[in-house]
Design a protein around this ligand. Sequence first.
Ligand code: BG6
Length: 484
Amino acid sequence: MTTSNTIIIFGASGDLTQRKLVPALFNLYRKERLPAGTRIVGTARRPYSNDEFRARMRAGAEKFAGGAFDTATWDAFAEQLWYVPGNAKTLEDYQNLDAALRELEDGSANRLYYLATAPGLFVPIIQQLGAAGMARPDGGQRRVVIEKPFGHDLQSARALNAAVHAVFEEQQIYRIDHYLGKDTAQNILFFRFANTIFEPVWNRRYIDNVQITVAETVPVGQRGDFYDKASVLRDMFQNHILQLLSLVAMEPPASFNADAVRNEKVKVLSAIRPIELPDTVRGQYRGYHDEPGVAPASQTATYAALKLYIDNWRWKGVPFYLRSGKALGHKTSEIAIQFQCPPHMMFPLPEESDFTSNILAMCIQPDEGMHLKFETKVPDSMVETRSVDMEFHYRSSFKGKPLPDAYERLLLDALNGDASLFTRSDGIERAWELIDPILAGWETAAAPPLATYEPGTWGPDVADAFIARDGRAWRLGCAHDGEH
Ligand code: BG6
């Protein structure tokens, strides 16, 4: 007999549940990937009835399920959608919730507790789940998914890990980073390890530098209150960007299994040399102070650029340049691997030549794909060369197979007990160990000045000067008007 599943969403009245979680679960149901009979139970303080909750979730699915909504499928899906009101800090409410779940489950079931609440509630919820006996496997598995941010710094991340470990075993814990759920991020591993031609050149002998850009056009908007305390370092670097970096830089694991993959990722993070303050740039977009929730004289960085080195055999001496910001001119997440120049150039280049060494651009979003830039001879010229692109686009190579939302894959993996795409406690702590000293250094007199940049640009000019200092430039390869 197979055990049925219940997903319990804490923070079910919030934005994440309506915009991401339920639309993703609906899509999984529509694609017949959600295990049959999976119940979804929302809980939060608001006193919704089941019908009110279903109506709210339906509005979310109609808007955010990627145009795949249809009423008949929704009605069938919604039969397994429930709501149990409760206060996240009150033990009695957990006992009520447990009783309601037992009634729905009618026998043993696997439970996936999804913490989609404000981070301040993570510990109270975990502790109450423990106190109510709801974390103990009881004929079915008990797993918990924890949203980001996982801690505010190293100390709080350690404390959170300790609090969670007091109730759940590590293999029951799924710390989510939605970047790892993106198909294009997973494809980094397939590209590297399901092919033979790239890995031999994937090292310090052939690669000059690696650049990771996660640029966003959106400003901070309604999230000022959270963001002003977080900054771009906590919001994007500690998690998403360092995860992308691990996938690019890790050694090949022997198998695609959770521990093998995560061991290699942690090894990379552990090999990163502490980042020096002169290797950081911080910026803030003009108008940030006018955003609701932002302190009037806030020094919070909405843009950062960093340079780091990985001190191991493969990467010694290769700079990794990372940058991310809000209110920029383009939305793009991409990784540019810039190869070295040929050791000897037999073609004389004119003074104004636009010669560049090879660049492999991994386009994570929005125009997902890969671009390989190489030099060709311009026809009917003597020695003129021009860079051209060899391109792979998901939208043309996989027509009719749209990329799923990251949450679909992550929810399914958590249900199936596969933690490969989730962050382990040591991975989270290593990442904070790298970010904490920068956060602390930026509070001191040695901090680089906070540069103001205009919204709609590529960030502060100092970021260009920063990389130019090393005789390099920011490279973008995923269909942009010019490079920057
Ligand atoms: C979130 C950050 O984790 O990632 C947001 O909190 C950011 O500030 C978002 O906008 C970016 O995600 P994506 O998938 O749109 O690149």
